[in-house]
Design a protein. Structure first.
Lengths: 172, 100
């Protein structure tokens, strides 16, 4: 069953992302996880989303992450505890985070068990890229333009924040 | 044929992994990666719901979520670079100037 294969791949890769101590491996495993999610989108009759998942996420955003990881050259995170201990025996935030994650999955399982949504898929999937484009430029044209402003603001913000301020006369 | 609930459960599991990553890791870059895992879990929910109801809106909103994720990654990584220049560290516990 392809769903279980891609689902298991995504879950295992995501778990390894947060289990790795070296951010380079984390980024590469996250690309694997995104590839599995892209397969799930194909199973859901959404080829457009599957394609931009690979192109935009795995191709652009993750390469940006990889670039920053290699630029900063800080491969291993420093810890003030013994790394060989069991995660539940480590100091405060780790234990607290594990407990919070368990509480969250219990709540999500409870919410899913009570949800009254139809459990079957519609028999007429919308797979056409043309339909997505038409909807994007008619019904959602305003949101689409706002998105372009958002990207412009993010670009300016990133350039301003990452700028080196050691030129003479620059404010420190 | 897996049901809608199977996709929602997978999405919930992925979201929980992302949440746990934000709490457990002590590295700003891994925390940003965990946020990306959470955004993707929500995207999976959107596409599954869109498929279940036979509408196009699920895929449209995924498009917008991806744009926001790209903007968030660019600004977040710029902040990480600026922080690393100040403290030579990626440990979030090293940045306590705004701590009350």
């Amino acid at each position: 069953m392809l769903f279980y294969f891609f689902g298991a791949l995504a879950v295992v890769a995501s778990l390894l992302v947060i289990a790795q101590r070296n951010p380079v491996y984390s980024v590469l495993l996250l690309i694997l996880s995104f590839g599995a999610l892209s397969g799930l989108y194909v199973l859901l009759d959404a080829p457009f989303v599957a394609a931009i998942q690979i192109i935009v996420y795995a191709g652009a955003i993750m390469v940006l992450f990889l670039f920053v990881v290699m630029l900063l050259n800080a491969p291993h995170e420093e810890t003030d505890y013994d790394e060989r201990t069991h995660p539940m025996l480590r100091p405060g935030p780790m234990r607290f985070g594990a407990v919070l994650a368990l509480a969250l999955i219990a709540e999500l399982a409870w919410a899913l068990a009570r949800s009254g949504t139809p459990n079957t898929f519609s028999s007429t999937p919308v797979t056409s890229v043309a339909a997505i484009g038409r909807s994007l430029f008619t019904d959602y044209a305003f949101q689409f333009e706002v998105t372009s402003v958002l990207i412009l603001v993010a670009m300016v913000g990133a350039v301003v924040m990452a700028r080196r301020e050691d030129r003479p006369g620059a404010k420190r | 044929m897996p049901s809608l609930n199977d996709y929602l459960i997978l999405s919930a599991v992925l979201f929980t992994i992302g949440t746990a990553g934000v709490f457990v890791r002590r590295n700003l870059i891994t925390i940003l990666l965990s946020i990306e895992i959470m955004l993707n879990a929500v995207n999976l929910s959107f596409v599954a719901f869109g498929r279940a109801f036979g509408t196009i809106e699920g895929q449209i909103i995924v498009f917008f979520v991806m744009t926001v994720a790209a903007a968030e990654a660019a600004v977040g990584l710029a902040i990480v670079i600026a922080l690393f220049r100040h403290r030579e560290s990626l440990n979030p516990d090293a940045f306590t100037a705004l701590k009350w």
